[in-house]
Design a protein around this ligand. Structure first.
Ligand code: SAH
Length: 399
C-alpha cells in the first residue's frame, strides 16, 4: 500500500472508479470530481496529472483543478506535455484558421485557440493584426504559458509581433497572475480588420481579450439586411453589428450599451471607418430602453452578456431571455427583423429557440425563423464535447 501510494505521488496519478471511465473512452475532455476514486497525495491545483483506471492502465493526461471539473484532458496518449506537444497543437490550430481563410488583406482578427475545440481545454488565444492575446481559464494552463508562447512563435513565425498574457480576469485572485507582454510591446488601442472594417482593439483595458470575435459571421449576415434600413444595436460593446450595418449602407444606426466605456469604443470605431449613414450612441439599460422605442426601427439586434454562468442559474436566465425578447418583439412593427442571441453555454439551442418562440407568443405576434445562427469556425466545437457550443442566435421576421 505504502509502495503504491509512493508511485502515485511520483506519477501524480488520479485513479477513476471502474464504472466511470466511459466518458474518457468517448474522448470527452473533462473528468468530474465524482468519477475519481483516489488522487495521489500532494497533487495540487494546476498540476499535470496522469489518469488511470483501477488496474493502473493509462487513460489520459491532463491538468488538475480543485473543482467539479477535476481534470481537463490534454492528451489521451501517454506523451510529454512539452514544447513539441504545444507546437503541434498550436500549429494545427493556426492551420485550421488558414483553411478558414481568416488571414487576409481585409481580415486579420480571429480566434486562434478555442479551448476544447482545439484540444487545449482552458486556453483561449485571440489574434489581432499580429498580436496574440492569451487568456487562461485554468491555473494549470497558466503555468504552461511559456510553452504556449514558444508554440505561438513557432506556428505564426513573422506574422506575430507581440504576445500579451491576460488571465487576471479569468483566474481567481489567489493565483496572483500578472497581465503583461511575453514578447513585443504594442501600444493599445491597436488597429485590426474584420471583413474590411477597422476596429481599435484594447486588450489591456477592454472586456475579455478586447473584442467579441465570435459574432464575425453574424455581423456579416446583418450587413446583408442593412441597406437603407434603420437599425438598433443593443448590447453593442465596441459596435461590431453597428459597423457592419453602416458599411452596408444602413441609413440610421443607434448603438446602445449600459457601459460608457463600451460606447466610447463604439464611437471610436464609427469615427475610424467614416461610413455614410447616421449614427448615434446611447448609454442606457437595454431592458428599460426597449419598453418605449424612439424610432420605428427596421432591424433590432439583441446580444446580451451570458445570463447564466452555471446550470443552477439556467431557469432564471431563460426567464430573462424571454422577458427581453417578448418586450422587444412587442415593440417591433410588422415586417421588421430581429437578430437575437444567447451566449449562455447552459442554455442550449433547443431551449433558446423554445424560449424565443414562447416570447413571441407572449407578445401576441407571429414570427418566422429566417436563420439559425451559431459560433463561427474559429470557435470550433469538439464533437466529443458538445458543451463547447455556446453561441446561438435566431433571425426572425416579425409579422
Ligand atoms: N454585441 C457585442 C458584444 C456584446 S457583449 C459585439 O458584437 O461586440 C455584452 C455587452 O452588453 C457588454 O458591452 C455590456 O456592457 C453590455 N450590457 C450588459 N448589461 C447591459 C444592459 N442591461 N443594458 C445594456 N447593455 C448591457
Amino acid at each position: 500500500m505504502y509502495f503504491r501510494t509512493k508511485i502515485q505521488v511520483l506519477k501524480r496519478t488520479v485513479i477513476l472508479h471502474s464504472n466511470k471511465t466511459q466518458s474518457i473512452q468517448r474522448k470527452h475532455p473533462w473528468i468530474f470530481s465524482g468519477a475519481i476514486k483516489s488522487t495521489a497525495k500532494g497533487i495540487s491545483e494546476g498540476d499535470v496529472v496522469t489518469v488511470e483506471d483501477e488496474n493502473g492502465q493509462f487513460l489520459a493526461k491532463g491538468l488538475y483543478n480543485d473543482g467539479s471539473i477535476a481534470v481537463r484532458i490534454l492528451s489521451f496518449e501517454n506523451v510529454a506535455l512539452d514544447n513539441a506537444f504545444f507546437r503541434n497543437k498550436i500549429s494545427n490550430a493556426v492551420s485550421l484558421r488558414e483553411q478558414l481563410n481568416l488571414f487576409r488583406a481585409d481580415n486579420n482578427i480571429c480566434r486562434l485557440v478555442h479551448g476544447e475545440g482545439d484540444g487545449l481545454p482552458g486556453l483561449i488565444v485571440d489574434f489581432y493584426a499580429g498580436v496574440a492575446v492569451i487568456q487562461c481559464h485554468t491555473y494549470g494552463m497558466y503555468k504552461l504559458i511559456e510553452k504556449i508562447a514558444d508554440a505561438l512563435q513557432f506556428a505564426l513565425k513573422d506574422q506575430l509581433i507581440a504576445i500579451y498574457s491576460k488571465s487576471s480576469d479569468t483566474l481567481p485572485p489567489q493565483f496572483e497572475t500578472e497581465d503583461n507582454y511575453l514578447i513585443g510591446d504594442v501600444p493599445t488601442p491597436h488597429l485590426a480588420l474584420e471583413n474590411g472594417i477597422t476596429y481599435a482593439i484594447d486588450w489591456v483595458k477592454g472586456q475579455k481579450t478586447g473584442f467579441f470575435i465570435d459574432q464575425r459571421e453574424n455581423r456579416k449576415l446583418l450587413g446583408e439586411f442593412a441597406k437603407g434600413k434603420k437599425i438598433l444595436n443593443t448590447f453593442c460593446y465596441s459596435g461590431g453589428f453597428s459597423l457592419a450595418s453602416l458599411k452596408n449602407e444602413a441609413t440610421l444606426v443607434h448603438s446602445l450599451d449600459s457601459s460608457k466605456k463600451a460606447i466610447d469604443l463604439t464611437e471610436e470605431n464609427v469615427r475610424l471607418n467614416a461610413f455614410n449613414g447616421e449614427h448615434k450612441s446611447i448609454v442606457a439599460d437595454a431592458m428599460q430602453f426597449i419598453k418605449e422605442l424612439p424610432e420605428d426601427y427596421d432591424i433590432v439586434v439583441l446580444d446580451p452578456p451570458a445570463f447564466a454562468k452555471s446550470r443552477t442559474k439556467r431557469h432564471k436566465a431563460v426567464q430573462g431571455y424571454k422577458r427581453l425578447n417578448a418586450s422587444t418583439i412587442k415593440q417591433l412593427k410588422p415586417g421588421s427583423i430581429l437578430f437575437t442571441f444567447s451566449c449562455s453555454q447552459v442554455v442550449d439551442k433547443q431551449l433558446f429557440n423554445n424560449t424565443v418562440i414562447a416570447a413571441a407568443f407572449e407578445a401576441g405576434r407571429n414570427v418566422r425563423i429566417l436563420a439559425q445562427l451559431h459560433q463561427p469556425g474559429d470557435h470550433p466545437i469538439n464533437a466529443a464535447h458538445p458543451e463547447g457550443e455556446y453561441l446561438k442566435g435566431l433571425v426572425l421576421r416579425i409579422d
